[in-house]
Design a protein around this ligand. Structure first.
Ligand code: HEC
Length: 490
């Protein structure tokens, strides 16, 4: 009792100076439609709670993480193995991100099926779509910060896809990676995006989203036959809320708070049981038996790209994805009135079901599909004898490099080997020495860059060997007019 009085005095003093209580109380206790005090309406606040958890754990992780290419991996290992609660923190951040994407998806589905995006809440939906994109951006950039095999390969594939964009391709790659290849600057760039840029935008959008929800009111429970009409909607909503509403706090907020507790608990339990994710292996472009899998939210896209013929990748990414985003953004504009209830919107229900099924199926396929058609093919294959007969010692050395670096995981020789890259049999008829050197050093087009993982002598031998790969009746490739030759070092 004795403590209460001075506390009250302090609270009273703060309130007298700031007036925050008076400003917040009406927002907290504003009436909402009675039936929205429902479990269906808890996903938004649950997503926000998970976001707060991500910020808190993210700040703790950033205190230890070193965003430098040669130390990031070690700093994660240090977190995993030595730092107090380090592994648990990483686990919470990882499971929290999974939970956030999942609960946010549920929130979007609920909003879609309840017609909550219709007049006058179109902008709330549009802001929400941008929040979805930001969250996926957080997921993608976060995955890169793990800076392990998966991150390296995932990014390499992502970059080579970006490179296919017409005209702006190479600029896009440069913008993404900070260099023509994946390097230290790439990590700095993704770190800045993950801890400053995207979360900053996401916090601002969250504020706007909540403001819009407060201003326009929580969507009423949709009733079949009660159609949205621009002329009458607002008046009817106000009347219903004042006749039959309940105060948001504490009545409707009770279930929200329980849901917040449940999702946090679920994340803490998952983190304790399953632990952190990775890091999986030091990034090394010469190890191709890695089996890179993106985190689950990108699995379906990954499977789609892995399973469809390569030419469709460009179409899917450059046409399909922007189209999907534009459709999502435009949804409340072309369907802003009419029925809200899912019982009268079979197309909406079926398309939601279809999308969920397709995404889930592809995600399941993504878990099972090999990431490259014949990934384990070349490892143990001996180089066919005809390819090493009558070769100079230098060329034979090059054949050994092909063998040791397992180029045939992706390339075939004599019809055997992987199919991710073109067969190397006649490569000398297609590429000049300069082009061969560039391809090996810089990679590109889904091929890793070997620049840092081969000594100049190895490159020299390798290219000498590749230059012998042509049928004897066909001439070697000729350099285009005006190309500068590379000085031979042997
Ligand atoms: C992860 C799979 C992968 C590995 C491993 C790989 N490559 Fe490639 N490589 C590719 C792909 C994909 C292409 C096609 C690039 C393009 O379309 O621009 C390619 C292209 C090439 C080309 C140009 C072929 C042409 O006809 O245009 C050469 C030469 C080459 N690779 C050599 C090598 C050598 C040598 C190694 C081993 C040191 C190697 N590759 C390892 C995937 C790989």
């Amino acid at each position: 009792m004795r403590l209460i009085t001075p506390l009250r005095a302090v609270a009273g003093w703060l309130e007298a100076r700031t007036g925050l209580g008076a400003a917040v109380t009406p927002a907290a206790t504003h009436p909402v439609p009675r039936r929205t005090a429902s479990w269906w309406y808890v996903f938004g606040s649950a997503t926000m709670t998970l976001f707060a958890l991500q910020i808190a754990t993210g700040i703790c992780l950033a205190l230890v993480y070193v965003p430098a290419a040669d130390q990031a991996y070690q700093s994660l290992q240090y977190l995993n193995e030595q730092a107090a609660f380090g592994a648990y923190l990483r686990a919470i951040h990882f499971w929290g991100s999974n939970a956030m994407v999942l609960v946010m998806t549920l929130h979007m589905l609920q909003v879609f099926l309840f017609g909550a995006y219709k007049y006058p809440r179109e902008l709330t939906w549009i802001v929400g779509v941008f929040m979805l994109l930001c969250t996926l951006g957080m997921a993608f950039t976060g995955q890169i910060l793990r800076w392990d095999q998966d991150a390296y390969w995932g990014l390499g594939i992502g970059a080579s896809i970006a490179a296919r964009a017409p005209v702006v391709g190479s600029t896009l790659v440069h913008l993404l990676l900070g260099a023509p290849i994946i390097a230290g600057r790439t990590l700095s760039r993704f770190f800045a995006l993950h801890v400053f840029v995207v979360p900053g935008i996401l916090i601002a959008l969250t504020g706007l989203h909540v403001w819009l929800v407060l201003r326009l009111g929580v969507n009423e429970w949709p009733m079949p036959g009660r159609v949205v009409d621009r002329e009458t909607y607002r008046e009817r909503y106000e009347a219903e809320v004042h006749r039959d509403g309940v105060p948001f706090f504490p009545v409707a907020a009770r279930k929200d708070m329980i849901a917040m507790g449940v999702v946090i608990l679920a994340v803490l339990v998952c983190a304790a049981i399953f632990g952190p994710n990775g890091p999986h292996g030091v990034p090394d472009p010469t190890i191709t038996d890695a089996s890179p899998r993106p985190d689950f939210y990108f699995l379906s896209l990954f499977a789609l790209l892995a399973l469809l013929p390569p030419w469709t990748e460009t179409v899917i990414l450059l046409v399909g994805m922007p189209l999907a985003i534009v459709l999502l953004l435009a949804l409340p504009l072309f369907a802003s009135t009419g029925e809200k209830s899912w019982r009268r919107r079979p197309v909406a229900v079926l398309s939601s079901l279809l999308i969920v099924l397709v995404v889930a199926t592809f995600a399941a396929l993504g878990v099972m599909s090999p990431w490259s058609p014949v990934m384990d093919a070349g490892t143990a294959l001996a180089t066919p004898v005809t390819y090493v007969q009558d070769r100079s010692p230098l060329e034979l050395q090059g054949a050994l490099v092909v063998q040791n670096k397992q180029c045939r995981n992706c390339h075939s020789l004599g019809g055997e080997g992987g199919a991710r890259g073109p067969a190397l049999d006649g490569v000398a008829t297609r590429l000049t020495r300069d082009q061969l050197i560039r391809q090996v050093l810089q990679g590109g087009g889904n091929m890793p860059a070997y620049g840092k993982n081969l000594t100049p002598a190895e490159v020299n031998a390798l290219v000498a060997f590749l230059e012998t790969l042509r049928p004897s009746n066909q001439p070697p490739a000729r350099a285009p007019e005006g190309a500068r030759p590379v000085a031979r070092s042997d």
